[in-house]
Design a protein around this ligand. Sequence first.
Ligand code: PEP
Ligand code: MN
Length: 347
Amino acid sequence: MIAILGKHVTDERIQEIVEYIEKYEVKAHVSKGTDKTVIGLIGKADPKLVEHMRQLKDVENVVKISKSYKLASRDFHPDNTVINIKGVEIGGEQLVIMGGPCAVETPEQIDEIASLVKAAGGQVLRGGAFKPRTGPYSFQGVGVEGLQMMAEAGRKHGLLTITEVMTPEYVDVCAEYADILQVGTRNMQNFDLLRKLGTIQTPVLLKRGFSSTYDEWLNAAEYILAGGNPNVMLCERGIRTFESYTRNTFDLAAIPVMKQLSHLPVIADPSHATGRRELVEPMTKAAVGAGADGLIIEMHTDPDNSMTGDGVQSLFPDQFAALLQDLEKLAPFVGKRFDTKKQPVTV
Ligand code: PEP
Ligand code: MN
């Protein structure tokens, strides 16, 4: 249930309405947008409350919302969420590029790649220190030392950093070193992890589970939001279908659908979505055309010898740089800004 108020209603009056609603043992969530203020009700609303709410002064309308997720939905929060991390705005006009290797390997490797991401115009350095590998004998990442190597490279080159966290126990240490925490596709419904991420304020990039529906994905986001962390972004990284030519099937429609259903920023991952280097460029451009707020792209200086199998989908540095040059031209056509030479100083 949401109550819609005009945009000129004062904060005092909004507070009075919230207090009135909360007497009925539901939680009220206020979202002040540019055109209207929405008060969303969380919990089972007494029919009497609904009736009374309709008659309250300044309440223009009361609408029933049947979706199971609330805080993640655009009904509850009509304006886009913009997450500002040290001057980089994710979900606003700026197009945000996160680039780097699948895994952090050595200090030299991550330092060199960071310098190339920065030189190309990217704003965020990606790299996994804890890797969710399908097989237990595969390289599992270099762990906390990798977090330190990446934080150092990010600081040195003026980049934000993003890294994957797989278990609730590691959330605090990952948040100590990285600016954004990534929840991988395999952990989208790791509810203990999601609950833990709800207790901090570090931004979270929530990848779509490879067999998850939009509804399940938004409910996973709801866990983090409901815990009290409003800084969530969604990432489409491909889903499993009958097609085996590509590693996954890139669900391009997920981008505009998420922008309709939700107010959260949407990021696309054309690397894992396709698993093929030659498809990363066209799918990046398609994602920008479809309205993505940012991209997370694997890039490696020596992909043939990368320590995970993801070298085959990693761009070479010159391809990465050329792609970002093209995005500078493409972004304005979809109302975005991207300037390879003038990125905000971040760190
Ligand atoms: C990754 O980003 O390297 C990764 C493992 O992603 P995903 O969870 O999408 O497979
Ligand atoms: Mn990878």
